[in-house]
Design a binder for this molecule. Structure first.
Ligand code: ATP
Ligand code: F6P
Ligand code: MG
Length: 373
């Protein structure tokens, strides 16, 4: 027999992702309808848990949320309770707020906490579980970089938005005979660029996992020109880096998770301009990838994982994350499992060198930026 549950808390942390609201709705409905528990939402991720900003979640308050983007609870990708400055507490410097957080959970009479987060927030959840907090995680992030799950809430929508953007770039690139560089999010992982690049028919795809050679991109542009196609689309993951160079950041910081990527396409634009005959243009898709209504697939994923997280709480599976596993027999069907949060805390999940989409890209003559020698 596990702990007697009367009330659960839920929060969304890290960057927002389409489908967060659908997950909050699923958690709330399953907790109330299947178990008769009450549900409390903490606002702005771990910040609301520290400062006590919360709201009751009821069947009424989560009605109509399935198609709504963002998160009704708010989120933060800056609040690490183990080391942060909370303005409401008058902090000028970062400090450890663990005790405040644990007292807040007791004060709110929360018997279990569901954390909906990416690799960073789930690492925090893992440490809190080690301190004795009964926690279950739900993986979300457009980056799709959480270990232990095949897919995260928000990824499908981000890929759909990025694919449509690449489709649109095709017509303008072709009309003007230009090289178009489009920068896609993903931090240290190239999932969005790989999937949207393939789905949108990009001619080259640059991901952080495969350091690129500038000459390889110049070669693709020239080859296409010689074949009578004087335009080229390059999908570039924000974390991509050349064999010689480094990743490009908009904001730097001592810890990897404090750095904000951005600007690789502007750098590439400059480097290519003097090397190719065609005009080069670049753009970053940025927050458009995170905003707006989730796809049907993200809604069903959020609903499945949200309800599974409530089930995991009822079964006392604390310190675990609900996750999607590929069918071991290779069929299209997937199953929902629980995996230790420790897995998510092991750092971001990168695109493996043997991913089938990489093989498909190479067979179709799409350059992955690999050097020609
Ligand atoms: N390895 C880590 N250990 C402790 N705290 C971390 C770690 N990585 C990130 N954090 C903190 O976790 C919070 C959220 O992390 P992050 O910004 O990486 O979002 P996330 O949960 O991974 O979601 P997303 O990647 O979709 O934005 C931030 O406050 C960050 O400071
Ligand atoms: O919202 P911020 O702080 O600009 O963070 C941007 C980062 O968050 C994400 O959108 C999600 O992790 C990354 O792809 C991107 O690098
Ligand atoms: Mg992350």
């Amino acid at each position: 027999m596990g702990t007697m549950i009367r009330r659960i808390g839920v929060l969304t942390a890290g960057g927002d992702a389409p489908g967060l609201n659908a997950a909050v709705r699923a958690v709330t409905k399953a907790a109330i309808l299947a178990h008769g528990w009450s549900v409390i939402g903490f606002e702005d991720g771990f910040e609301g848990l520290l400062t006590g900003r919360s709201c009751p979640l009821t069947l009424d308050s989560v009605r109509g949320l399935l198609p709504v983007g963002g998160t009704m609870l708010g989120t933060s990708n800056r609040t690490n309770p183990f080391w942060c400055a909370v303005p409401e507490f008058g902090d000028r410097e970062p400090r450890d707020h663990t005790e405040t957080l644990i007292r807040s959970l007791q004060r709110h009479e929360v018997d279990a906490l569901i954390v909906i987060g990416g690799d960073g927030s789930l690492s925090i959840a893992y440490r809190l579980w080690q301190l004795g907090v009964p926690i279950v995680g739900i993986p979300k992030t457009i980056d799709n970089d959480v270990r232990g799950t095949e897919v995260t809430i928000g990824f499908d929508t981000a890929v759909a938005v990025a694919t449509e953007a690449i489709d649109r770039l095709h017509t303008t690139a072709e009309s003007h005979h230009r090289v178009m560089l489009v920068e896609l999010m993903g931090r240290t992982a190239g999932w969005i660029a790989l999937f949207a690049g393939l789905a949108g028919g990009a001619d080259a795809i640059l991901i952080p996992e495969i350091p690129y050679s500038l000459e390889a991109i110049v070669e693709v542009i020239g080859r296409r020109e010689r074949a009578g196609r004087p335009f080229t689309i390059v999908a570039v993951a924000e974390g991509a880096q050349s064999r010689e160079g480094q990743a490009v950041y908009e904001i730097t910081g001592p810890q990897p998770y404090q750095r904000k990527y951005g600007g690789i396409c502007r750098v590439l634009e400059e480097q290519l301009a003097s090397r190719v005959r065609l005009a080069v243009r670049s753009m970053a898709l940025a927050y458009l990838q995170r905003g707006g209504s989730p796809t049907a697939r993200d809604r069903t994923l959020a609903t499945t994982l949200g309800s599974a997280a409530v089930h995991a709480v009822s079964a006392g599976h604390f310190g675990q994350m609900v996750a999607v596993r590929g069918d071991p027999h290779g069929r299209a069907m997937t199953s929902v499992v629980t995996v230790p949060l420790a897995e998510a805390a092991r750092g971001p999940r990168l695109v493996p060198a043997d991913h089938p989409l990489l093989d498909a890209a190479r067979r179709l003559g799409i350059s992955m930026g690999e050097s020609l020698d």
